[in-house]
Design a protein. Structure first.
Length: 313
């Protein structure tokens, strides 16, 4: 009787092409269909204006109906010799240096206070964040009234304490400080919210273990809380630097860049060059110089905080 041997399993051919994986073409086109609206908005409202602005910086483009003429690098050479560009850029950097530290530190202190569980916890969260939802026009009207000489709240406090009144918004060495105080009061709520969310994400077990080991509140703050908030701090610093560098609304509404252009930021000078002097080409060149500065500052901050995290590891 013949003995039948079991058939040996077929091994897959190494040269055979692997089975196709992934969604069919219908699903792929479906994904592109859902992405298309954002892609169109990105193309027409961000990418195209960006490229058009760079193109205009090489022409004498004007809103006055002047015939467009190619100037090459003439607009760029002019801006490097324009003292108004560098004065407005200096004002922008001064405002950024004066506003960023208090906006970060004040937000951290406010978050630490509001994170404590108590009867007034909800009230502190509401009070700290409420000014951020106000529009710029309302905020500036409030603070222009507060700074007014004669009947303003700040000067009223000064005179009641025996000090002389100060014309805050019309004095060159006081106007920028007045705008910074207004900005801190108005926008610190956003940074406060980021810090508060980060604090609530820290595990409570870390504090319980530290308490068992005998760590006091100060040690827990510097050994647990602040190190756990380092990534959030890095994010807030970068966002705040960009926001401070792009200052425009409150300065334009409170001082209009005065007195004697002491508070005029570079964005206001770009606006005046393009829509008051009708020099769109020159304004485009100045705006691209400022855009390059913002990118350099942002990248430097990301590199700085990334380097610190690598060093801690």
């Amino acid at each position: 009787m013949a003995v039948q041997t079991p058939a040996r399993p077929r091994t897959p051919d190494a040269t055979a092409s692997p089975p196709r994986s992934g969604p069919p073409w219908t699903e792929r086109w479906g994904g592109l269909f859902f992405v298309a609206p954002f892609g169109l908005f990105f193309l027409f409202f961000l990418l195209w204006p960006t490229l058009a602005g760079l193109w205009n910086s090489f022409f004498n483009t004007s809103l006055a109906g002047v015939k467009q003429e190619f100037l090459g690098l003439a607009n760029w050479r002019e801006l490097f010799g324009d003292p108004a560009v560098w004065d407005s850029l200096k004002n922008t950097l001064v405002f950024t240096a004066m506003s960023t530290p208090p906006l970060v530190l004040t937000a951290l202190v406010m978050a630490l206070l509001a994170n404590r569980r108590g009867v007034f916890g909800w009230f502190l969260r509401f009070a700290y964040f409420a000014p951020f939802v106000l529009p710029a026009t309302v905020v500036t009207l409030i603070w222009v009234w507060i700074y007014q000489p004669g009947f303003g709240l700040v000067n009223g406090l000064l005179t009641s304490g025996g000090f002389a009144e100060i014309d805050w918004l019309n004095t060159e060495n006081r106007a920028m400080l007045a705008v910074v105080i207004t900005t801190v009061w108005w926008t610190v709520g956003f940074n406060f919210l980021l810090y508060l969310a980060a604090l609530q994400g820290i595990p409570a077990q870390l504090y319980e273990a530290a308490s068992i080991d005998g760590a006091n509140g100060r040690q827990q703050l510097f050994r647990i809380t602040l190190p756990m908030l380092s990534r959030t701090t890095g994010l807030i610093v970068v966002l705040q630097l960009v926001a401070s560098l792009t200052i425009f609304d409150q300065i334009y509404l409170m001082t209009d860049g005065g007195p004697n252009y002491a508070t005029r930021p570079i964005i206001q000078y770009i606006y005046e060059s393009g829509f008051t002097s009708y020099r769109i080409g020159y304004a485009s060149a100045v705006s691209y110089l400022f855009f390059l500065i913002v990118v350099i500052v942002s990248v430097a901050q990301f590199k700085l905080f990334a380097g610190r995290k690598e060093a801690e590891r």
